[in-house]
Ligand binder design. Sequence first.
Ligand code: C5P
Length: 221
Amino acid sequence: FNSRSLDGVHLTITAGPTREAIDPVRYISNHSSGKMGYALAAAAADAGAIVTLISGPTNLPCPERVTRVDTISAQDMFDATMGTLDNCQLFIGCAAVADYRPSSIAEQKIKKDNDSMHIELVRNPDIVSTVAKHSKRPITVGFAAETQDLLHYARGKLERKNLDLIIANDVSNTAIGFNANDNAVTAIWKDGDCQIPQMGKSQLAAQLISLIAEKFFAAKN
Ligand code: C5P
């Protein structure tokens, strides 16, 4: 284990949830805490990487030696991510990006005048796939949070999103995944996979960063 395994490597990582505004006081979001992404950013900085952490709204402090860019919506996170690609060798998409946003944001607070209402949603851009299909493509790592058929869906995403590596976790188990302090994952690449058992997110992050560094240098050589 080389403790400076990502020395000097420019890394961009997305973390946390996004918020999609409905009106000036309401939004659609999800249960992501950002803990896994922040732990990865910290572990990568410890391994010598030059880290830009593109964060959705979280309550977490910015890890030491990490540059944080604060974003709110998926579109903000997309724009901030694209802005780093000129100087990015490795990308980790760890954010729980909202798949849809309201098609328009009401200018004023919506009143409860009706017994039911409809909010039309439109697709958000897929950040990790856009990165992986970009002409300045960095080595690209994604996450797959699933509640069923974890490995099957994760391998599908690896291929469809053109990723080098995908980290799959089972969010139906509340002891791991969203908001938990522990996680357990399976890392999957084109011709292999490896399981990392349940442990604290910072210890897991250090192991994942070692694996990602190995794949990064294997892909470069
Ligand atoms: O398709 P799904 O959301 O399950 O894929 C998860 C992976 O894709 C994660 O790496 C997540 O950060 C990324 N993603 C993204 N932009 C989106 C949706 C997901 O970067 N709009």
